[in-house]
Design a protein around this ligand. Structure first.
Ligand code: CA
Length: 224
């Protein structure tokens, strides 16, 4: 589960990162609106905690631009309890807000509520050709056969099924599934990809995962 924190105040940012980390989130922290928006648009986050008063781009701009392409739940932090700020944030597409200073337990409770709501909306079964993945029941099948996957393989397949047709680099995959950084050894990704392909593509004429040389992998149904 990844969380993005966009907060320029060092103390608050570090506090949020530590707290969310202790509660099972893998966190990224951006200290200004420009970096924050970029991460939000390129990463896969379960939740975004967004400060409003930010350098670069303020929180309003971040929500507005993010909502053109993404539905990731956003909870924003406002300095004062101003009704017009709350209304503005929600109108721009944020899902909830908190007034600073806030108790961490309240933030956590609100995040959990938002994520539950999000999960209900995304609970649908993902499909490509005759391969199906049910994120809620954590089952994968190809044709009539059940595929046994490890937790990491499941995350990997889930990532590819959500991003069908997109070329995913080894670095991106490493970040999303293993929370590794750019410099990490991407061998781990190659080994896991080989295993996953063995499980979903071996014995089928219609291969669904393809290697794009020098770039990464793509999941697509080329029989169409
Ligand atoms: Ca601020």
């Amino acid at each position: 589960m990844k969380a993005l924190i966009i907060e320029d105040e060092t103390k608050t940012g570090d506090y949020l990162k530590k707290g969310l980390g202790e509660n099972g989130f893998v966190t990224d922290l951006a200290r200004n609106g420009i970096d924050g928006l970029h991460l939000a648009q390129t990463g896969e986050y379960a939740i975004i905690v967004l400060d409003i008063n930010l350098p670069g781009k303020d929180g309003w701009q971040v929500i507005q631009e993010l909502r053109r392409t993404q539905e990731t739940p956003v909870i924003f932090l406002t300095a004062r309890d101003k009704v017009e700020d709350r209304v503005k944030g929600l109108e721009l597409g944020a899902d909830d807000y908190l007034v600073k200073p806030f108790a961490f337990s309240e933030l956590l409770a609100r995040i959990r509520t938002l994520m539950r709501r999000g999960k209900l909306q995304q609970a649908g079964v993902l499909r490509i050709a005759d391969l199906e993945l049910d994120p809620v029941r954590r089952r994968a099948t190809r044709g009539d056969a059940r595929i046994d996957l490890t937790a990491k393989e499941f995350s990997l397949l889930h990532l590819f099924m959500r991003r069908q047709g997109e070329v995913l680099s080894r670095t991106f995959i490493a970040e999303q599934v293993w929370d590794m950084n750019f410099d990490s050894d991407t061998n781990v990704v190659e080994v896991a990809m080989r295993r996953l392909r063995g499980k979903i593509d071996d014995g089928f004429d219609n291969k669904l995962i393809h290697t794009i040389r020098g770039m990464g992998y793509v999941m697509e149904d080329r029989s169409l």
